[in-house]
Every structure is written in structure tokens, then in C-alpha cells.
Ligand binder design. Structure first.
Ligand code: NAD
Ligand code: 0WE
Length: 273
């Protein structure tokens, strides 16, 4: 049995279980802007499961708030990285190699499209708006996976956050829907390439959650209400349910899953009417 695969056997019940512990693992989490960020909930739940964390924020503007937040978490260190800049990615992974030596997991919780592109008709998306949305929201996963894989010497788990607008039209999600469709395809191609190194790559498709990235969107409140009425569980998803799925994917319990998009949306996506 390979060493990384921590199975335990219950001789009384005669069942074997696979550990969801992240003890002894180092995980890099990208995309903490504030306490509402999905990345922040993931970081907290991963720390509770025993992981040592490198947490990144985008820029100087977010530095103070992110630094203060990250300082409250044991075994976590803050780093700055704008994923649109190759030199910042290179510098970050040099720092991670120096500080930790190896990496076991990476969480990508980053998206951006220009505010105008989430208001107008999709048909009016500019060349520049399209480029930016796809570069920040999809290509950055490829760049981070490439930089992280040499550090994942004992295998690893890479995950990203996606949304239903990748596969069905959600009015006003526009170019972000196209970027998420590309992101989900990137997950499958990365899973194929990195599978040889026992690195798994997956996406979590979360239902709508009131974060900074959602707050600016007009009608988001009504959307939450309608979604909760139509979802099989008759409610909206809690950010900690998304974080629990991230812990699962980073743990040995997720060892057989790669290239997948896992819905954490109270079942909303299964409905036809
Ligand atoms: P958020 O605003 O807290 O997180 C988005 C993060 O992206 C921020 O931390 C921001 O700094 C970062 N970012 C943007 N451009 C960057 C760049 N160039 N370099 C580095 N970081 C950059 O909002 P969130 O809702 O937590 O979003 C996290 C992820 O979850 C996104 O991928 C989003 O699409 C996805 N998601 C959100 C929802 C939702 O309803 N909130 C639902 C499904 C998926
Ligand atoms: O992925 C997202 C939002 C991502 C996002 C949000 C913003 C707002 C501020 C990307 N770029 C920006 N740029 C900004 O200037 N979600 C899944 C949340 C979301 O956004 C929507 C949604 C949902 C859900 C936009 C329209 C309709 C539904």
C-alpha cells in the first residue's frame, strides 16, 4: 500500500475507512479578499483538519485586511500574488519551495470580469473584456498548476471554484459563464496531464453565496430566494458546505476523484423544471 494512502481498518465492524485528515499536509489557498471569501472558509476548515496553509491575496490594496485575517489562523502564513503576472507567480512558488519544501494541495478561488461585462448583453463583450475574464478566471489555474506540480512530489490535490453559468445560461453572468466553461475544460485537461504524478484536479460548482464577488450584482438577493425555492433541499448552500467538500477533495477520502465538477448547490442543477 503506498504510504500517502492512509487507510484505517475497523476490526470490530469489519469496515475500512479512508481518512479525511489533512494532518502533515501543506496547502496553498488563493483568493482571500475578506472574511466572506469562499477561500477564507476553505482555509479555516482545512486548518481545522490539520493542514499547514500558505494563503494568498491579490494586491497591496487587500494586504492589510488579509494579513489581519490570516494572522488569526494558526499554522497559516500570508503571501501576495497577482495571478495576471507571471513574475509574481514565479516569485511566490520560489518562496513556497524555500518555506515548505513541498506542497500537497492548491485551492484556486479566483475570478474576475469587468463590471460592465456583467451588466450589458453578452453579445456586447469586448475583445479586451473577454481576454481579461478568461485570463484571470481560467488561464490562471493552468499557470498555478504548472508552477505547483514540481513541488507536489508526493502527489497532490488541486481544486478550483466554478458555477452553473458555465453550462446553462444565467442572465448577466455573461462572459464569466464562458470563462467558467473554459475553466471546467482546463480541469479535465490538467487532470489528464498531471494524473501521471498522482496529482488530482477538480472543480467545485457552488450555488450562489453572498460574497464580495456577488454583492455588486443587481438582483442577487432575488436570485438567492428563487434558487432556494427551486432547489431540492429548499435552501441556499452555506459556505462551510463548500469548504467541507474542499477538505474532502484534499484528503485521502477523495483519492479516486479527478477531472470532476462536483456540485455543492443543494441540488439546484438537477432540476429540469
Ligand atoms: P471573492 O471576491 O471573495 O473572491 C474572489 C477572489 O479573486 C478575490 O480574493 C480577488 O482578490 C481574487 N482575484 C481577482 N483577480 C485576481 C488576480 N488578478 N490575482 C489574484 N487574485 C485575484 O468572491 P468569492 O465568491 O469567494 O469567489 C471565489 C471563487 O468562487 C470565484 O472563482 C467565483 O467565481 C467562485 N464562485 C462564487 C460563487 C458565489 O456565488 N459567490 C458561486 C460559485 C463559484
Ligand atoms: O463567479 C461569480 C462572480 C465572479 C465575479 C464577480 C464580479 C463582481 C465585481 C467576477 N468578476 C466581477 N467583477 C466585478 O467588478 N459568481 C458565481 C457570483 C455571481 O455573479 C453573477 C451571478 C452569480 C451567481 C453575475 C450575474 C448573475 C449571477
Amino acid at each position: 500500500m503506498p504510504g500517502w494512502y492512509a487507510r484505517s481498518f475497523d476490526s470490530v465492524r469489519g469496515t475500512s475507512t479512508v481518512s479525511q485528515s489533512l494532518q502533515g499536509r501543506t496547502i496553498a489557498v488563493f483568493g482571500v479578499a475578506n472574511k466572506r471569501s469562499i477561500a477564507w472558509a476553505i482555509a479555516q476548515r482545512m486548518q481545522e483538519a490539520g493542514a499547514q496553509l500558505a494563503i494568498t491575496y491579490q494586491n497591496e490594496r487587500l494586504k492589510q485586511e488579509a494579513d489581519e485575517l490570516i494572522a488569526t489562523l494558526p499554522n497559516a502564513q500570508a503571501f501576495q500574488c497577482d495571478v495576471s503576472r507571471d513574475e509574481e507567480i514565479t516569485r511566490l512558488f520560489e518562496a513556497l519551495k524555500e518555506r515548505y519544501g513541498k506542497l500537497d494541495g492548491l485551492v484556486h478561488s479566483i475570478a474576475f470580469a469587468s463590471a460592465e461585462d456583467l451588466k450589458a448583453g453578452f453579445v456586447d463583450t469586448s475583445r479586451e473584456g473577454f481576454r481579461i475574464a478568461l485570463e484571470i478566471s481560467a488561464y490562471s489555474l493552468v499557470a498555478l498548476a504548472r508552477a505547483a506540480s514540481p513541488l507536489m512530489t508526493g502527489g497532490g490535490s488541486i481544486m478550483t471554484m466554478t458555477y452553473y453559468g458555465a453550462e446553462k445560461v444565467v442572465p448577466k453572468y455573461n462572459v464569466m459563464g464562458v470563462a467558467k466553461a473554459a475553466l471546467e475544460a482546463c480541469v479535465r485537461y490538467l487532470a489528464y496531464d498531471l494524473g501521471t504524478n498522482n496529482i488530482r484536479v477538480n472543480a467545485i460548482s457552488a450555488g450562489p453565496i453572498k460574497t464580495l464577488a456577488a454583492r455588486g450584482i443587481s438582483g442577487f438577493g432575488e436570485m438567492l430566494k428563487e434558487q432556494s425555492e427551486r432547489a431540492p433541499l429548499r435552501r441556499n448552500v452555506d459556505v462551510n458546505e463548500v469548504a467541507a467538500t474542499a477538505v474532502f477533495l484534499a484528503s485521502d477520502a477523495g483519492s479516486g476523484i479527478t477531472g470532476e465538477t462536483i456540485y455543492v448547490d443543494c441540488g439546484y442543477n438537477i432540476m429540469g423544471f
